[in-house]
Design a protein around this ligand. Structure first.
Ligand code: COA
Length: 353
């Protein structure tokens, strides 16, 4: 397939606000080990995860998304946007989308609002969609939120999946600007392979099951994953997508100062960096403290890196993600100087701006 054309050197989406929010409840490996046949050592060795955050019973994805969205708007110094996009695998309901509800609760009634469903690649797909809205002149400013509450779809007794996932939300604000300025997002590489549908799925709850003559078993409403195969695909797809994006952007691997992959599993992230030939110190990761937070993982990792001063204005950043679908995607940007991100990574506060 021929490569898509390079984005025009004109109007582009520029990242101008960033925030993350985690629900207060921390679940350690030790806590999981008390009720599951697992151990801190097994979890750390196989995944690099030490703890994660879980939403409280009754707390939904929109509750997390609103907190992250409010902080991202404050970080950007704006009170309104033209569109609100929520990337999630765990929407509040299968109908309607979660984004209009989030927009309403942020005082953004009237803005375009829709969800993106691309599992753990959702944030990168969301970035490309927001960039498209801005490039087409449909929006001047977009609030993009990646938010997931995997604790609501993972079987708490499934020791393989219950140890991996955590809940959280991360958000960015994008404004119209120029392709050459720091913070401008692009080039992008996006892709999918639906033949891998069964590797990551929640079998029941959609039209496939509802149109069948039999009722789904309760277990079919839980998240299911074929871990070993997913591991292999995650490494090869993120590596290939990252390389494709570098080619599109006419960059070399050595030009990249920071790679921020979807925080699936530390072994996966290290393999991607190694396969690309990037030294480990250029890898941005916070999976130890949050686990795999789905569509929230890249903005949460970015917010964490800003809070810890491990990402700096002017650095060349490569985002790459992989998720169910199968889906994958990558994006290049030069890190902007963000004002108002002194405390971008918030756990538990609920104060109003
Ligand atoms: N604690 C202890 N033992 C566990 C365990 C746990 N939490 N989960 C599985 N095991 C056991 C298995 O039952 C198996 O036992 P057996 O050898 O007696 O059959 C053994 O550990 C090895 O299981 P396996 O599935 O082969 O382990 P693995 O090394 O592949 O690690 C994952 C499992 C899930 C951690 C790993 O496959 C993985 O990280 N996959 C990718 C997941 C991911 O990142 N998904 C998101 C992508 S977006």
């Amino acid at each position: 397939m021929p490569a898509p054309p390079a984005p025009p050197h004109g109007r582009a989406a520029v990242l101008c606000g960033l925030a993350g929010w985690l629900p207060p409840r921390v679940v350690t490996n030790e806590e999981l080990s008390q009720r599951l046949d697992t151990s801190d050592n097994w979890i750390r060795t196989r995944t690099g995860i030490g703890r994660r955050h879980f939403a409280e019973p009754g707390q939904a994805t929109s509750d997390l998304a609103v907190e992250a969205g409010r902080r991202a708007l404050r970080s950007a110094g704006v009170t309104d946007v033209d569109a609100v996009v929520v990337a999630t695998t765990t929407p509040d309901r299968s109908c309607p989308a979660t984004a209009p509800l989030v927009a309403d609760r942020l005082g953004l009634v009237g803005a375009a609002a829709f969800d993106i469903s691309a599992v753990c690649t959702g944030f990168v797909y969301g970035l490309a969609s927001a960039a498209g809205l801005i490039a087409a002149g449909v929006a001047e400013r977009v609030l993009l939120i990646g938010a997931d509450t995997y604790s609501t779809i993972v079987d708490p007794d499934d020791r393989t999946n219950a140890i991996i996932f955590g809940d959280g939300a991360g958000a960015v604000v994008l404004r119209a600007g120029h392709a050459g300025e720091p913070g401008a997002v692009g080039h992008f590489d996006l892709g999918s392979d639906g033949t891998g549908e069964e590797l990551i799925m929640v079998p029941a709850g959609g039209s496939r099951q509802r149109s069948a003559s039999h009722l789904a078993a309760a277990q079919d409403h839980y998240f299911a994953m074929r871990g070993k195969e997913v591991f292999r695909h995650a490494v090869t797809r993120m590596t290939a997508s990252a390389r494709a994006t570098l080619t599109l952007g006419d960059r070399k691997v050595e030009d990249i100062d920071r790679i921020v992959p979807h925080q699936a599993n530390l072994r996966i992230l290290r393999s991607v960096a190694e396969d690309l030939g990037l030294p480990p110190e250029r890898l941005v990761t916070n999976v130890e403290s949050v686990g795999n937070t789905g569509a929230a993982s890249i903005p949460l990792a970015l917010a964490d890196a800003v809070a810890r001063h491990t990402i700096h204005a002017g650095e060349h950043v490569l985002l790459t993600a992989f998720g169910g679908g199968l889906t994958w995607g990558s994006c290049l940007l030069t890190w902007p100087g963000l004002a108002g991100t002194d405390h971008p990574y918030d756990t538990g506060g609920t104060q109003q701006p």
